[in-house]
Write a protein of this length. Structure first.
Length: 98
C-alpha cells in the first residue's frame, strides 16, 4: 500500500488509542468508549496531517521512522482533542473540570 493510504490509517488508529487513553486517565473528561474513539480518531487524523505538514521530514523518513512519527503525532493529537471535547461537554452541562 502507498504511504498516502497507510499514514491516515495509522493516524486514525493512533488517535483512537490516544483518545481512549486520555478518557481513561482523566475520568471527568471521559466521553465514553465510543465518544473517546471518535474524538480521538478525528483528532489523530487532523493532528497527524498537521504534524506532517509542519515537519516534512516525516514524509520522507525511512519506513519505521515515518510510521512512528505518524503514530505518535496521531496519538497525542487524539488525546488532546478528546480532552478539549470533554471540557466543552462539561462546560455545556454546567460541570467544572477538576
Amino acid at each position: 500500500m502507498s504511504a498516502t493510504l497507510i499514514n491516515p490509517i495509522i493516524q486514525l488508529i493512533a488517535g483512537a488509542v490516544g483518545g481512549n487513553a486520555a478518557g481513561a486517565a482523566i475520568k471527568n473528561l471521559d466521553l465514553g468508549t465510543l465518544g473517546n474513539t471518535i474524538a480521538g480518531a478525528l483528532g489523530g487524523a487532523g493532528g497527524g496531517t498537521l504534524l506532517t505538514a509542519l515537519l516534512p521530514i516525516l514524509q520522507g523518513a525511512a519506513g519505521g521512522g515515518q510510521l512512528l512519527g505518524q503514530a505518535v503525532g496521531g496519538g497525542v493529537a487524539g488525546a488532546i482533542v478528546t480532552g478539549i471535547v470533554g471540557v466543552i461537554k462539561n462546560a455545556m452541562a454546567g460541570q467544572t473540570a477538576r
